[in-house]
Design a protein around this ligand. Structure first.
Ligand SMILES: [Zn+2]
Length: 78
């Protein structure tokens, strides 16, 4: 499980169940297990500080690189 934070202000955004070892390029909505301070607005996911974290693409969020950092474990695909 990964915990995503804003790269600018370090606010906790959400918890994400990442599968595979790749970079976090998108976040599938069904695998977001907990929301913290992220705000959904006008098809974007925003941090309370105003930074745009991702764009709504239906079933997933397209993540803005450099707008977020994360910590925790990725789950290896079986
Ligand atoms: Zn922020």
């Amino acid at each position: 499980m990964l915990t995503l934070r804003c790269a600018k202000c370090k606010a906790k955004l959400w918890k994400y169940n990442k599968l595979g070892k790749g970079e976090v390029v998108r976040c599938h909505k069904e695998r977001i297990t907990k929301m913290y301070k992220a705000i959904e607005k006008d098809g974007k996911m925003l941090c309370p500080c105003g930074a745009v974290i991702g764009h709504d693409k239906g079933s997933h969020w397209n993540m803005v690189r450099k707008s977020f950092i994360y910590s925790g474990e990725k789950v290896s695909k079986l």
